[in-house]
Write a protein that binds this ligand. Structure first.
Ligand SMILES: Cc1cc2nc3c(=O)[nH]c(=O)nc-3n(C[C@H](O)[C@H](O)[C@H](O)COP(=O)(O)OP(=O)(O)OC[C@H]3O[C@@H](n4cnc5c(N)ncnc54)[C@H](O)[C@@H]3O)c2cc1C
Length: 370
């Protein structure tokens, strides 16, 4: 992963984003409650074109290559994982619209999605249902009207999204239904309590006979069953996000250690140096994994990279917090606490690490080297 300064040189979007994170996000977090919805930051993200990164130019976006999209996740996660979650979900839904939407849907939605005028959220998971083909939410169509019924357990940005794409089972395929949170038949639950990923809402969403137009509001169908796409859901962005947090945390810890070194005893300096060496080694290993992933160097797979980097991040943040003592827990470095709490979600979200590990193990046992 490139440093922030290199990113700044890589193009207008990335440049704007790293400055946005350094200036706007940091000052926002210093002066607002972490669980307030960050309207002002979302507006800046619109201005910076962040919502259009995966939308091709002909549809009004900036059509950035995947490496730059990962860089965007990295930058946002350096500042605040919640923003990376909000934007990342939307960008993946833009890709889904592009791959599985009709020409009419692409013409209607992609340009406003790219401008961030229509921010999309995704309602896929249901408690304990890990397989897209097994979702219990159903679509029924009769007399030209669709009806959606089901319950989704966690939806990021549910309260502020303009549209929620619901993954549901139709007779002949797993599809996405474009739902409007302001129409009848949808109930967005209370904010879910959690230790991290605050600011951007997380809520349960229930559909009871939600009526929709099956011609214009369904993404996918028998010709475009979304099951496979959802099973191979891109985990690369979570690696970039883990790296973003790791770099932010590492740099804070290093700064703190340098600034406070002069009043330490020689003994303490030695012990702190050793811990700093451990942190640096861990961070270097994460960067090496990222490099192998982007260069598609076997035997590393995206799943293995996600497992390694999200686990290493937890260890790194914990160790950095110990190293910075009280300042990390309740003082000038309390952003470490936020990174620590946010890091707890990364092994769970996307595809959970244990599922990725099981798949890796199965492949190894089957002797499949691909
Ligand atoms: C902060 C946050 C934001 C989220 N945002 C969204 C969102 O916007 N949209 C959305 O649709 N979902 C969202 N989710 C849901 C998230 O994707 C799921 O929580 C996640 O996929 C895990 O599903 P689960 O909680 O049902 O875990 P479970 O399926 O109950 O699994 C729990 C644990 O059991 C083990 N396990 C289960 N199945 C297997 C298996 N096959 N192999 C090996 N081990 C297994 C693993 O240890 C796993 O971690 C969000 C969750 C969080 C925490």
């Amino acid at each position: 992963m490139r440093s922030s300064d290199e990113t700044a040189r890589a193009g207008q979007g990335a440049s704007g984003l790293s400055a946005f994170v350094r200036e706007d996000v940091e000052s926002y977090l210093a002066s607002h409650a972490e669980d307030d919805y960050p309207d002002v930051l979302v507006e800046r993200l619109r201005e910076l074109g962040a919502f259009g990164a995966t939308v091709p130019v002909e549809h009004g976006g900036s059509g950035r290559p995947s490496q730059e999209v990962a860089q965007l996740s990295y930058e946002l996660a350096r500042g605040w994982q919640s923003l990376a979650g909000l934007v990342g979900t939307h960008l993946k839904l833009c890709q889904q619209m592009l791959r599985h939407g009709t020409e009419q849907q692409k013409r209607t939605w992609l340009a406003p999605m790219a401008r961030g005028e229509q921010v999309f959220a995704r309602a896929y998971h249901e408690r304990g249902v890990g397989d897209p083909a097994a979702v219990r939410t159903t679509v029924d169509i009769s007399d030209g009207t669709g009806r959606l019924n089901g319950h989704k357990s966690w939806v990021t940005n549910a309260r502020h999204a303009d549209r929620i794409v619901v993954i549901a089972r139709a007779d002949d395929a797993t599809v996405g239904v474009l739902t409007d949170p302001h129409r009848p038949g949808i109930d967005i639950g209370a904010e879910l309590p959690r230790p991290g990923m605050l600011g951007v809402s997380l809520a349960e969403v229930t559909y009871r006979d939600y009526a929709f137009d099956p011609k214009t509001e369904v993404i996918g169908g028998p010709e475009h069953d979304l099951t496979d796409a959802l099973r191979t859901y891109d985990v690369t962005s979570y690696v970039a996000r883990a790296l973003g947090s790791a770099d932010a945390v590492y740099e804070s810890a290093l700064r703190f250690v340098r600034e406070t070194a002069h009043h330490r005893s020689p003994e303490a300096r030695g012990a702190i140096g050793l811990r700093m060496g451990e942190l640096s080694t861990q961070r270097s290993a994460m960067h090496a994994v990222w490099q192998c992933l982007t260069e598609q160097r076997p035997p590393l797979t995206p799943g293995a990279a996600k497992v390694f980097c999200t686990s290493a991040l937890q260890e790194l943040v914990r160790a950095a917090s110990v190293l910075c003592g009280g300042a990390a827990y309740a003082g000038t470095l309390n952003a470490l606490g936020r990174h620590y709490r946010d890091a707890l979600a990364l092994p769970i979200i996307g595809t959970p690490n244990d599922i990725l590990l099981s798949r890796i193990g199965e492949r190894e046992l089957a002797g499949d080297d691909t």
